[in-house]
Design a protein around this ligand. Sequence first.
Ligand SMILES: [Zn+2]
Length: 292
Amino acid sequence: MNDMPCFVCGGKGEKVFYTVEEKKFLSCMGCGLISLEQIPGAQEFYAHYNERYYTKDYAGRGERSFPDFSYRFRFLDRFISPPGNVLEVGAAGGEFLELLKKRGWEVSGVEISEPAVRAAHRNYGLTLEQGVLEDVAYPSNTFDVVLLYHVLEHVRYPLETLAEIRRILKPGGSIIVELPNPTGFDARVSATLLESVLDYPNHLHLFPKNTARRILVQSGFGETACEASFSFALASLLPHFKRGYARAKRTEEGETIIPLPEKYMTLPPQRARSLLGRLFPGMKFTIRAIKI
Ligand SMILES: [Zn+2]
């Protein structure tokens, strides 16, 4: 066990949450934060995001990610218009930024993986900053929106990353954070799904929804919306029960898309999705918070 107090609540009590390949994930008894027992040092951390990581986890996923992006656009469009100045932290091969650019956004991106930075330039002509956010040192009060899609669980010091984002956001600007959900329905009913959420050795910290809210508030943000994806575990069962659900499919990011026949819908699709997401939270959730 670690002697370090929890960086969210300052507590010291922790218990083993799950063990993968003999490595323990510990959960804080004070606030629910889940962390890998041994957080890698700086050198090991940087070395992890090398050519091999890019090949295994990123390369070629651009086109396949596009269906999932529609969910991100819906969430973004609910809160933010017109398009402004956006930074994506962990921009991968620039796929989402490219689509934002086409919609009129002025885009910037940071990406730790050098091969991903090269791919963004090659495929879309985008110039991403290579490294971690804190190394770039953007001027204060620069961005209307900062996007953090599946990034905070990878960083060693999440509070430092959030403090830097708060600094570079304009007052009233938004941060949009998408995170895997370690305590959702899926993670509780399936070891396979839980392990894909924990994603050893890539994920260092996992945030239950309330813990994620708490660190945002601690970092000087006011939360305005949080939406969970609909359970993948339940969704994957539906096709067995209902004809017409057979086309249910899971996207790269873990979101499940179910083309529901019109006659089954008693709510607008977006309402139905968010209601089901609250009842059966799936493998991820998205929070929008503003700089206050
Ligand atoms: Zn804690």
